[in-house]
Design a protein around this ligand. Structure first.
Ligand SMILES: CCCCCCCC(=O)SCCNC(=O)CCNC(=O)[C@H](O)C(C)(C)COP(=O)(O)OP(=O)(O)OC[C@H]1O[C@@H](n2cnc3c(N)ncnc32)[C@H](O)[C@@H]1OP(=O)(O)O
Length: 172
């Protein structure tokens, strides 16, 4: 894990340890803000890469992500699809960042109900991974949302270069 000094102490750069990110007992790779609490604040509970190449995620929309009555805020749906689809390269020990993401909101997503997200690689071109996925309601598997996007592979210096770029911005 890479760290640097910050105003409030060492700053952990999520992604600096991309080959072995901290994971929950359910196998969920933890991003920066979730590492201290040890759970995914978006409500992803389990993650695995199956032999068919599809990554499957068990999740529940937390109550504090409610938008309309008893249904998820659309930003939660987009965020968790971004998270799950972006974990697929990580399950292959490759760090990537989202370059593009398209979300179709098919049905309102109920809060507090078991859901599954699946993600698959459609193709790879150069450093680009074209990934699609969907969110279904369990146990019926009714489709609630679909997503597709492009993830671009990065080396370990990605976040350090960004910190340098931001420091240059601050000097202007
Ligand atoms: C568990 C912990 C893991 C933590 C993981 C964290 C993951 C994230 O932070 S995702 C956050 C949201 N996404 C981001 O912050 C990304 C912000 N954007 C960027 O950093 C850059 O624009 C980035 C990397 C996508 C492209 O940078 P750029 O300098 O253009 O790269 P460049 O080398 O020119 O292009 C690289 C490739 O990307 C492609 N590309 C760039 N932008 C796009 C785009 N918008 N759409 C499609 N392809 C694109 C280029 O065509 C090129 O493809 P190839 O190498 O196959 O020819």
């Amino acid at each position: 894990m890479s760290t640097t000094s910050g105003a409030t102490g060492p700053v952990v750069r999520a992604g600096g340890d991309f080959q072995e990110p901290p994971r929950t007992p359910g196998g969920v790779a933890l991003c920066g803000a979730c590492r201290e609490r040890g759970t995914c604040r978006l409500g992803v509970e389990r993650e695995r890469l199956d032999e068919d190449g599809v990554a499957r995620f068990a999740l529940t929309c937390p109550r504090d992500q409610e938008g309309g009555p008893d249904v998820a805020h659309g930003g939660w749906t987009a965020a968790v699809l971004d998270d799950c689809l972006g974990h697929l390269p990580l399950l292959h020990r490759v760090l990537s960042v989202t370059a593009e993401l398209t979300v179709s909101f098919v049905k309102p997503v109920p809060v507090g109900r078991p859901l599954e997200v699946s993600a698959r690689v459609e193709r790879r071109e150069g450093s680009r991974w074209y990934i699609t996925g969907e969110m279904v309601l369990l146990p019926t598997r009714a489709v609630l949302a679909r997503a597709s996007g492009i993830w671009v592979t990065r080396d370990q210096g990605h976040f350090a270069r960004h910190a340098d770029w931001l420091a240059e911005q601050d000097e202007r």
